[in-house]
Design a protein around this ligand. Structure first.
Ligand code: SF4
Length: 486
């Protein structure tokens, strides 16, 4: 498995990428005009979900496919888009959490089956992919990429070959459910004359659809629909999908309801604040996270400052709750190169300083509470603390608007290895405080997080240590791990 962030440290168009998002999908049918400009705009709104590559598949029976490494507006430039005809298509932005990161791995993946083209665009990760791929290889299947998405496509084709029926929404949904339940897949299929969209039965990743006067569209996040007029948005439920054709669209259930596992990090970090994910506005969630963090971890300080951008909404909440004024103590440099990988520790530090500039007039002689959405390796947090102190801050108190991250993710989010996570390097929170050189540190508690989102229906897996499983919950190590303040 290749992962840029495992190789080094990366920044992308917006935030520092502490752990990587796992892709975004957009597709649909436009009623009157070529769909390519709709796709360009819809996919552009998902840029934060993947910056490695972008791709488009547009047409009806013999679609035009174009994909490459780069950002949406670089790959799908106005020049490219103006040449693409056709009113039906799917598209994808990618960050590799599984499989390689070269152009071959850019999606949509397309194959020709019985003389017609079939394409797929996938957001998520399928845990069983490695084993299943080995089995398929033993049966003579060949693969061009190392990604689970190609494996899904090939498996679907193999299964449908056995059936007399062809590409129906129900048949594809059945193959997906029977083979990939337990994995995360918000996935679009382009088949001759139709688009099928599916959200896995546990609903790890979001998927929304929109009917408007311009057409019918599906997207990883509903913020993609902002440019559409006369719209009605529906959030596709776990185990549901939508079939779209020139004749119209139909939302259908293809799998039984299961206990859902919505990824809580969609709200903490990944999704855009202007999106509504799993029925909840992301900005509002983040403000709540900040408020709760302030309630749990009161502190006497002069100013609250956010680590821009994903720490901004939690900092607003922290400030509202604590009454400590919110200030802009760190300026984010928006014009830093879009993506770069800095392999050495020395260069990582430089990366933080290229990205964030202190405003000394705000910080000088102040007791500062700095709010970030989460702490992953701790190296960025330490660099921020150093930067603030060098800029005159009298005290720096670090607050994380999420609990400690202690586990990796098997559902498509590129969290570093367990041993790289700062929460696993120290037995107690004071060790983390000392490492990042702050005067105090505090995390939102896991109970606090669950108070906001609910006990059930969410995936909290990367925030729960093995010792927090019911059989181990009294272990001393666990008690120390779950301490959230020092
Ligand atoms: S393990 Fe964490 S990042 Fe992965 S799906 Fe669950 S909550 Fe999301």
């Amino acid at each position: 498995m290749t992962s840029l962030c495992q190789k080094g440290y990366c920044f992308a168009g917006g935030n520092e990428i502490k752990f990587s998002e796992e892709c975004g999908v957009f597709g649909g049918i436009s009623y009157k005009y070529p769909i390519a400009p709709y796709i360009q705009q819809g996919l552009f709104m998902l840029q934060h979900r993947g910056q490695e590559s972008a791709g488009i598949c547009v047409g009806e029976r013999n679609p035009f496919i174009y994909k490459n490494k780069g950002l949406v507006m670089e790959v799908l430039s106005d020049r490219v888009i103006s040449k693409i005809r056709g009113r039906m298509g799917i598209s994808h932005v990618r960050y590799s959490t599984q499989g390689g990161s070269d152009t071959t791995h850019a999606q949509p993946y397309v194959v020709t089956y019985l003389g017609e083209k079939v394409a797929v665009a996938h957001n998520g990760n399928v845990k069983a992919a490695v084993e299943m791929r080995k089995n398929l290889e033993k049966q003579g299947e060949v693969f061009i990429t190392t990604a689970d998405t190609e494996m899904i496509l090939k498996k679907v084709i193999r299964e449908l070959r056995k059936a007399p029926s062809k590409w129906t929404f129900e048949e594809v949904g059945k193959v997906l459910t029977e083979n990939f339940t337990g994995g995360a897949w918000s996935i679009l299929f382009f088949v001759p004359g139709k688009i099928f969209a599916y959200r896995d039965p546990m609903g790890y990743r979001p998927l929304s659809m929109c009917e408007s006067i311009d057409g019918v569209f599906v997207s990883s996040e509903d913020t993609s629909f902002q440019m559409l007029e006369g719209k009605s948005v529906y959030h596709i439920q776990p185990g549901e999908g939508v079939e779209i054709s020139r004749d119209g669209f139909e939302v259908k259930r293809f799998a039984e309801e299961m206990p859902s596992k919505k990824c809580v990090f969609e709200h903490i970090y990944f999704a855009r604040p202007d999106s509504n994910v799993f029925g909840k506005n992301v900005y509002s969630s983040r403000v709540e996270l900040g408020r709760k963090c302030a309630l749990e971890n009161p502190i006497d300080a002069d100013i609250v400052i956010p680590v821009m951008d994903s720490g901004f909404a939690p900092a607003i909440g922290f400030s509202q709750q604590s009454g400590i004024p919110l200030q802009m103590g760190l300026m984010r440099n928006r014009w830093v190169g879009r993506t770069f990988i800095l392999p050495e520790q020395q260069m990582r530090s430089t990366g933080v300083r290229r990205k964030l500039t202190p405003i000394k007039e705000v910080l000088n002689n102040k007791r500062v509470v700095v709010i970030d959405d989460s702490i992953v390796r701790g190296t960025t947090s330490r660099e921020i603390v150093r930067l603030l102190k060098e800029s005159g801050a009298k005290e720096v108190h670090f607050r994380s608007a999420s609990p400690k991250i202690v586990n990796t993710c098997h559902w498509g989010v590129d969290i570093p290895t367990k041993k790289e996570l700062i929460a696993n390097k120290y037995d107690d929170t004071c060790g983390i405080r000392d490492f990042i050189e702050a005067d105090s540190i505090a995390y939102l508690s896991i109970d606090g997080l669950k108070d906001i989102f609910g006990r059930d229906g969410w995936c909290y897996s990367c925030l729960l240590a093995d010792c927090e499983k019911p059989e181990n919950e009294n272990s001393t190590k666990c008690a120390k791990l779950s301490e959230s303040v020092c």
